[in-house]
Design a protein around this ligand. Structure first.
Ligand SMILES: O=C(O)CCC(=O)C(=O)O
Length: 282
């Protein structure tokens, strides 16, 4: 496992290495990302690719569901949110998505680094039904055991997304603000924390928030420091998403606990991430 995928194995019906440079990202898009901390990129994947990803996701979700306690014993979060971290390691059929060269190439150009590595992927399925839960406003970077800001995520919905089924919302420009403490994402009621109340010199109601509906095949990229939120799934269908997190090659491990780096082992505090667990993708 690990390393750059041998694309020839998938034949010319899927991706070839040549397609890696084909997404026509413009200078204007790069500037938008660097100014606002997020970017919508349209039609970067095909409907066929997403249909295949959906099928694989449903298979994994069926397995995950079997390992969870019965519905009445699940906590509020487990009832509405199925999450699989590092699905590319669990099932190699996901590798062509997680290591997709076009997606990684765009990430590399947006970050502006020479090479990007994978930090981890995760599947996030928000189930429909009562008790739905939003993913509260947060920054990603404070959860990661990393020293230098710059890492970022792609958010790939497998169906159209809009306000109703839980599309992403962002605060433009917030990646240039402070790095805040992590907030409890599965908190409810009195335990809920409000990221906006931590922002110095700005009243929460004055902070601009945008939401980004997407057609199937389109994605968003966001900087690890950008404030973001995803709504409840109020539709009657699951909202399936694959997210892939990229870091510039050279990113330093700071030793904070995290499931992915703890599992990887062999990382030294103050040294760059490396090895098969964190392959170079572009
Ligand atoms: O899809 C969601 O509900 C949350 C996504 C998110 O917070 C992320 O990808 O960083």
């Amino acid at each position: 496992m690990g390393g750059i995928l041998d694309w020839s194995k998938y034949g010319d019906t899927f991706l070839t290495k040549d397609r890696a440079t084909m997404y026509p990202l413009t200078e204007q898009q790069i500037k938008f990302y660097r100014t606002n901390g997020y970017l919508q990129v349209n039609d970067i994947l095909t409907v066929d690719e997403l249909d295949e990803l959906t099928k694989l996701t449903d298979e994994i979700n069926t397995e995950i569901e079997k390992q969870l306690p019965p519905m009445e014993e699940r906590n509020a979060y487990q009832k509405v949110f199925l999450q699989v971290v590092n699905v590319w390691r669990r099932d190699e059929r996901f590798q062509k998505f997680t290591k997709h060269p076009i997606l990684a190439e765009v990430a590399k150009r947006l970050i502006g680094c020479e090479k990007v590595r994978l930090w981890h992927d995760h599947l996030m399925t928000k189930l429909p039904g009562p008790g739905g839960k939003a993913t509260d406003w947060h920054q990603d970077f404070p959860y990661w055991p990393m020293e230098e800001p710059g890492p970022m995520s792609i958010w790939i919905p497998m169906q159209d997304v809009d306000w109703e089924n839980g599309c992403m919302h962002f605060v433009p420009g917030s990646h240039a603000w402070d790095i805040h403490e992590t907030i409890l994402l599965d908190a409810d009621g009195d335990e809920k924390q409000d990221l906006f109340s931590k922002v110095a010199n700005k009243a929460p109601e004055e902070i601009q928030r945008v939401y980004v509906p997407l057609k199937k095949g389109s994605v968003t990229y966001h900087n690890g420091l950008t404030f973001h939120f995803a709504g409840k799934n109020l539709s009657d269908q699951p909202r399936r998403v694959l997210s892939i997190i990229y870091m510039p090659d050279g990113e330093t491990y700071n030793g904070n606990p995290h499931g992915v780096s703890d599992e990887a082992g062999n990382l030294k505090v103050g040294e760059p991430f490396s090895g098969d667990f964190f392959p170079i993708l572009a």
